[in-house]
Design a binder for this molecule. Sequence first.
Ligand code: HEM
Length: 560
Amino acid sequence: MELPTSNPNHGSFLLKASLPAGAYQHVLVVLLLLAGCASLLWHRLTKNARRTRAVASPADAPNAEGRQKTGQMELKLPPGPISWPIVGCLPSVGLKHRHRTFYELSKTYGPVMQVPIGSAKIVVVHGAAIAEELLKIRDGQFCSRPPSMTGTYLGFEHCDVNLTPYNQNWQATRKALSLHLLSPSKIASQAPMRRRRICSVMAPLYCQASAEPRTVVNVSAIADRLLIDIIIRMMFGERYSAAEIQRHRRGSEALTIRKCLQEFDVDLREGIFLWGELNLAEYFPLLSWLDVQGLERRFRNLRKKLESLFQLIIQDHRQHACAEDEAEPDFIDVLLSQKQLTDKQLMGIMSNVLIAGIDTTARAIEWAMAELGSNASVIERAQEELDRVVGRNRVMDEHDIEKLPYLRAISKEVLRLHPSAPMDDPHVNEKPSTLGGYYIPAHSIILHNLWALSQDGSLWDNPTEFSPERFLKSKEYESMNVYGGDFKLLPFSSGRRRCPAYHFATLTLQHVVGVFLHLFDWSVPQNGAINMEESDGIVVGLKHPLMLSITPRLSNVNIK
Ligand code: HEM
C-alpha cells in the first residue's frame, strides 16, 4: 500500500479551535454572568460543607487515615487553588499544557489537589507513592472512566477499551485486544512485517541521502508514516494492499477501504485533536446545547466517517472470509470468527488502535530523535554499540535488541522524560475513597500526572537532563522497566488500565531508533537548532516538525 506522503503541517492538528466569533460569544457571556450570580449564592451557602466532607460510615472510606473527629467522622478534602463560582479552578488551570500547569500548582498544594472545573470534581495527583496507592493498592476502586463526548463518539457509545467504564464490556474488548493483537506471541509473529515496513521507508531515504549527503528529512512525518503503515498491517495484514486486492479480484468496496486507509492521517489528526481538547460542554452542561467550541459538530462528522469506514471493513471481512490460500486470518477475521463482540465493540477497538496507537508511538520516536539530535555523544555511543553487536554489513533487526543495552537505555530515558501521554487517561472512583489520606468523593475524575515523575529530584539525579547512562549505572537501574512495575517510571501507567500495547510500543521505538542510528549519521541542519517546544493535547509531541540532516554511514548494506 502506498503511504501518505510526509505531512508538512505536522503539529497543526493540535492547535486549539478558537471560539466562533459573534452571536455565540454574546450568549455565552450573558449566560455565564447569570450563572455566576446564582453560583456565588450557592458558593456562600455551601462553603462550610465543602471544607470537610462527612463520611457516613467507615465502609465508605476504606482507609480513613487523616480523619478528624468532630462529632461524626470526617476526612479532609484535598487542598487546591481557589475555586471560583461556576468556572471552578478553570482560571488557574487554563486550557493548555495541563501537565506543566498542574505540576506548578502542586508545588503549592502538594501531590493530591482538588481542581474542580464547572460541575466536575477533578482531583490531580502525582508522585511515586500516590501512583502506587492509585494504581496498585486502590486500583480496584479507581479503575473506571468518566462518561465523555470522546467516549460517545470515538468510543462508539463507550463500547471500546480506552474510554469505557470498568464493566463487562471493557473486560471483553480489553481481552480481545490484548489476546489477539498485542500478546507477545502475536507481536513476535509480526516481526518480519515490521522489518519489511521499516526497510521500505528507509531504503529510498538511504538512496536519496547517498546521492546528496546531509539531506534534510522531516523525522516527524517519517515516524507518522511508519506507524500508520505498521498499525494498519497489524490489524488487516496485506488485505488492503494493491497486490492483494488485485490477486483476489476484489471489488470497489476493498478499493474504497484502501483509499480511506491511505488518507487516514487526516482523520487521525482530527481524532487526536478532539480527544485532547478540554471540552467545556462536559464541565458546564448548560453549554452543551450551544456547542460553543464547535467540538460536537466535529465529533459527529468524524464519527460518521469512521463508522462508515469500519462498517465497510467488517462487511468486507464477513463477505470475504480469509481464503485457505492466505497466510493467516487477520485480527478482524479472528474477532468475527469468535462471535463474542458486537459490531460496535469491534468499531470501538479499531478506533482505539488507529487513534490512540499511532500517534503515541510516533511521538515517542520523534522525541527520541529530537533528544539524540542535540546529544552527539549519545549517538556516538549507540552507534559504537550497534557496529560492535550488529556489524556494518546488515541492517539492525528486532532480535538484536536484547544485546543492545545502551539502545534500551535510550528508549527508557525518552519515555521517562517525554511520556507521549503525559497526563494519564482519566480514572474514576464509583464509590467514595481516599488518596494520600484525603477524602475523595465518589465519581471524582482523577488526573494522574505521569510526566511529573520525571521532574522529581528525590527520584532521579539531575531529573531534567537527558541521560540514558542513568539506566546503566547499577543493576537496579538496568533491570528497571517501563511496564508498570516501578512507580518511578510509568509512561504506560500501571494496574488494570495500564496501556495494553506497552510491549509493542517499546519494541517499535527501539527498533526504529536503532535502524535510524545504524544507517545514518544525524545532525541539525545548517543554521538550525532543535526547537523542543511541546505541542498541546492528550498526546504530546514537538510543536513543530523535527527536521534533521542524514548522511549514510554503512557502505555495504542491502536494505530489505
Ligand atoms: C509510546 C506509546 C504509548 C504510550 C506512551 C501509551 C500510553 C498509554 C497510557 C498512559 C494509557 C492510560 C493508562 C491508564 O489509564 O492508566 C494508555 C492506555 C491505552 N493505550 Fe496506550 N500508549 C502507547 C501506545 C499504544 C498503542 C500502540 C496502542 C494500540 C495498539 C495503545 C492502546 C491503548 C489502549 C487501548 C488503552 C486503554 C487501556 C484501558 O483503558 O484499559 N497504546 N496508553
